[in-house]
Ligand binder design. Sequence first.
Ligand code: TNX
Length: 773
Amino acid sequence: MKPLLTFLITAMATWPLCAQPISIIPKPSRIEFGQGTFTLNRKTAIHAAPVKALVPVTRYLRDGLAAATGLSLKSRSGTLAASAVNVISFRLLPKDTSLGAEGYRLIVLPKRISVESMTPAGAFYAVQSLLQLLPVSGGRAREYALPSVMIADAPRFGWRGMHLDVSRHFFPKEFVKQYIDLLAMHKMNVFHWHLTDDQGWRIEIKKYPKLTRVGAWRVDRENIPEWTLREPQQPGETPTYGGFYTQDDIREIVKYAADRFVTVVPEIEMPAHVRAALAAYPQFSCTGGPFTVLPGSYWPITDILCAGNDSTFTFLQDVLTEVMDLFPGTYIHIGGDEADKTEWRKCPKCQARIKAEGLKDEAELQSYFVKRIEKFITSKGRRIIGWDEILEGGLAPEATVMSWRGINGGIAAAKQGHHAVMSPTSTCYFDYYQGPPEIEPLSIGGYVPVSAVYAYEPVPDSLSADEAKYILGAQANLWTEYIPTPSHAEYMVLPRMDAMSEVCWTQKSNRDWSDFAGRLEVMIKRYQRMGLNCARSAYAVRFDTAMDTLKHSATLMLSTEVPGTPIRYTTDGSLPTPASTLYQEPLTINRSMTIRAGAFDGHGLLDSVTSRSLVFHKAAFKPVKLLNRYARYAAGGPGALTDAMQGSKWYADGRWQGYQGNDLVATVDLQDTIAVSKIVTRYLQDPRSWIFFPDSVQYQISLNDSAYTDVARFVNPAPTAPQPAEIKEFAKDFPAAKARYVRVIARNLGTCPDWHAGKGQPAWLFVDEIVVE
Ligand code: TNX
C-alpha cells in the first residue's frame, strides 16, 4: 500500500485545479454562469477559422497558456465537427452581428470553448478573458478546470490609452514590450510613446544623426541607476546617461504591439520641450544656442523651436516623414504643451512671421505653427493629436485634443466638433502619489489613488449627447522624471492601470468600486505570481480628523481604500501586529499621541504601516481668526492651525494651509487668560512647487484683542537657488506672561524669485500649526 502522503500528492496532481469564482478586469458587459467545468489538459486543441487572420490570437493564447500552466496546446485544422470535444475554437462572424468591431462572445461549456467575434481584435480580447479564468495559484497541474460560462463583451471607448515617457528616463526595448503586454492584458489599445523632450531624444532619425548621437545623452545630476550610465567615449569625458531606439527597434516594437492589437502613437514634441533636439541642432532655436540636454527632473523652460525660420519646418517635416514611415497608425502626437513664448517675443524672425501672416500675438503664432505641421501630416493621410494648449490661438482644422490640464480642453474641443482624449492630471497622472507619501517612493507630487482613477468618468456632464460622441476615450500618463527603473514604473502603473482599463472598457452602469476592489485582490495575486512589482497602496491606512473646539479634542477616523479591510493600531509607538487593537470606531484624542496603523488579512500586513502624531499644546483646538483667506490648500479649514497635527515634507498631505501671494495673519483665542512662555510656528518650503518660507515672522500677545505686545520677530532670507523641500520652525521662548490672545503675522515672500521658473508670479506660503506653551 502507498503511504498516505504519497497518495495525496499523486491524487492532487491528477485532480483538476479547481475552478474559482470569476474575476476579470476590465469587467465584461455580461456574464452568465452554466453548469460544470471545461477541463483544460495537454490534449486540448486550438481551432481557428479562418486560420491566417487569427494567427496572432492563437499564438498569443498558446504562449499565454504555456506560461500560466506549462501545457503546450496543439492546433487542429480542417472543418470542426459539431461534435468535436476538448477544443478551443475561434470563429470570425460576418459583419452583421451585435458585437461591434472589438467585441466577442466567449462560451465555456464542459465539452468545448467557443470564441466568436467579428474581428481578430475581438478574438484577442476573448483570449484575455479566458486567461483570467485560470486559477491564480500558478501551481503546475495536469489539468485545469474552467467554469462553464457565457461572456458577451464589448468596449465602451475606442481609445483606451497608456502613455510612457522614455525621455526623462530611458527604458530598454524589453521593458517597452512588457509595458505593451500589460496594455494588452487590460484590453487597452493605444500606446502613446513620448519619445522626445528636454531630457533626451530617443528615436533614431537617419537624416539627423546628431539627434541621437548628441540628443540622447546627458550628464545627469539626478539620482539615476548605475547600469544606465554610458562609459566615456573619449578620454576625459564624463559618463553620460541615456539611450535611444534604432529604427529597427521601433519596427520591432510596432509589430509587437500590432500583434497585440495595440496601436502605437508616437509623440514628437514641438514647439517646446525640445532642449535635446536643440542640443544637437541649435540652428533651429531662436537664439542659436549652445544648449545641453537637461538633467532628469521636470522644469518647464523657455527654449523653443524658432517659428520664424522656414528651415525649422523643413527639419520637422523630415523628422515626421521618417516617423510616419515607422508608425503606421492614424495619429501622430505633436506635443504642443507648455510652450513658453518668451523667446518668440524677443526673436526678430518670429516677430516678422507674426507680421507677415497677420497674426495677433504669440498664441496665434503657436496656432500657425501647429496648423502648418498639421497640413503636412494630413497631406500624408494622417491626423495630429496634441496637448490641450493647441486650442490656444485657434485649433488646427482636424486636430484631436488631449485634455490634461483638467477637462476643459476636452470640453472645448468637443463643443467645436473636434475629437478629444481625456487625460486630466487629477485622475490620469500615474506619476503622482497613489498612497500616503510617507510610505511611497518620492514622486513628482499630486495624489491619484486607485479609487480616484476608478471613479473617473471620461464624458463631462456639460456635454450634450451629440458632443459626447467626440470623446474618443481616456488615457493614463506615466511621466518619468522621478521614475528611473522598469520596476519602479511597474509599481506606478499597477494597479492603477486596472482601474483605468475599466474606466475605458466597461460601461458606466457596470462599474462598482467594491466589486472592483474584490477582483483587484485576485489580480494583485496574479501580478505577484508573474513577478511584477504591484503597489498595495490601496491598503495603506489613511487618517482623517474632525476637531471639536468645544471639547478641545479631536476625532480620528482610520480607513483604507478597500472598505471592510480590518485595521489594527497601536498608541504606544510599537508596530501594529495581528494581535493589536482592531479599529472599530473613530478614536477620541485629547492628549499627545502617535497612532500607528496597518491593514491585515489572514496572512499579515497588507501594506506598510502609516502613522499620525498629534502634539498637544495650550492652543490646541482653540478657535483661530484669519485676516486673509488661504487658497486651495485648506488643511481642513480655519481650525487647521490649532489641530495638533503637523505636516510632512509633502505639501499636499492635507495638513498644510496654503496662502497664495498673501500673508498669514492669525489670531488664536485661548478662551481664558493663561500664562504663555513659548510660541512656535512651522512652515514648509518647496521651491519646485512655488512654496517659500515667509520672509518675516512676528508674534504678539494680548489680554483683550486690541492692545498687542510684540514678543518675537524673525527675518528669513529667500533662497537664491533651487532646493529640496524643507520644514522650518520659528520658535521663541520668553518670560511667562499672561495672555488671552496670540497673534502670528507671517509675511509671504510675495512673488517667486528671479531665478525661479515662476519668477514674478505669486509665491505660496505654507503653514501647519501655531503651537503655544
Ligand atoms: C506636465 S502633461 C507635462 C510633462 C510633465 C508632467 C509631470 C504635459 C503635457 N506636460 O512634461 O512630465 O507635467 O507630471
